[in-house]
Structure formats: structure tokens, C-alpha cells
Design a protein around this ligand. Structure first.
Ligand code: THU
Length: 130
């Protein structure tokens, strides 16, 4: 299944009663499997869990830890970019050259690499003295 199809399909299941902003994300892992996630909000933490974090959680739960491609879609005037926290999470599971496609329901797509999305990302190599 294409990342676009998977992200659009999972977006339908988003639970966003507080923001009414449904987001779908799909990632391809190193072995080629597609994992999908939607945002899930809750009353105690109305911002909830982002779609990207949900897709990463599905990949990790399936025993994989490397992602090679990401697709994010929402009903926004401009393609929606991953939030700051998700940029960090994505960067911990993918290399800088991983392509992130941001899209909206009108079919507008923008592509950016993980390195450009989070320049100077904190990573494992910063802890090499410990
Ligand atoms: N959201 C995502 O799921 N991914 C993003 O990249 C941006 C924001 C969600 C979080 C929250 O449920 C809603 O969108 C509004 O912030």
C-alpha cells in the first residue's frame, strides 16, 4: 500500500474531539513495511498523541526501529508539518536523508528531508562521553 493511501485511510480513525483536527501519518520501515498512525487526543491531555508518534509506536511494537520514508496528511490550507516533538522522535528513528512528505486533502504535497526539518538534532553521538 502507498504511504499516501495508508495515511489518508488512518486519518479517518483519528480521535480529535478537542481540536477537530484529524491527522494521518504513514511510515515505511527499513524492511519495506508500512505502519500508520493517527492523532489520539484525551481529556487529561487534550493535545494527545500525534499521528507521527502513533505510526512510530506501531513500527516499534512490530519489532522495527528504522524508518526510511514518512507521509503526513491533514485537512489544512497548507501541508501540515510535524510538530517539534515529532521532529525529534522521527530523527531518532531515521537518518537525515529520509524524505518527509507533508500533504493536505486538496492533494498539495511538499517534501522535506529529516535533516532540514530538524537541523542540529540532538542524537546518540552527543552522549559519546558518557
Ligand atoms: N498533530 C499531529 O498529529 N501531527 C502533527 O504533525 C501536527 C499536530 C495533532 C495533535 C493534535 O491532536 C492536533 O493535531 C492539533 O494540534
Amino acid at each position: 500500500m502507498s504511504l499516501q493511501k495508508a495515511a489518508l485511510a488512518v486519518r479517518e480513525n483519528a480521535y480529535a474531539p478537542y481540536s477537530n483536527f484529524k491527522v494521518g501519518a504513514a511510515i515505511r520501515s527499513a524492511d519495506g513495511t508500512v505502519y500508520a498512525g493517527c492523532n489520539v487526543e484525551n481529556i487529561a491531555y487534550p493535545e494527545g498523541t500525534c499521528a507521527e508518534a502513533g505510526a512510530i509506536a506501531a513500527m516499534v511494537a512490530a519489532g522495527e526501529t528504522r524508518l526510511t520514508e514518512v507521509y503526513v496528511v491533514a485537512d489544512s490550507p497548507h501541508p501540515v508539518p510535524p510538530c517539534g516533538g515529532c521532529r525529534q522522535k522521527l530523527s531518532e528513528f531515521g537518518t537525515g536523508d529520509v524524505a518527509i512528505t507533508m500533504a493536505n486533502l486538496d492533494g498539495v504535497e511538499e517534501k522535506i528531508t529529516l535533516a532540514d526539518l530538524l537541523p542540529g538534532a540532538f542524537g546518540e553521538h552527543h552522549m559519546e562521553n558518557t
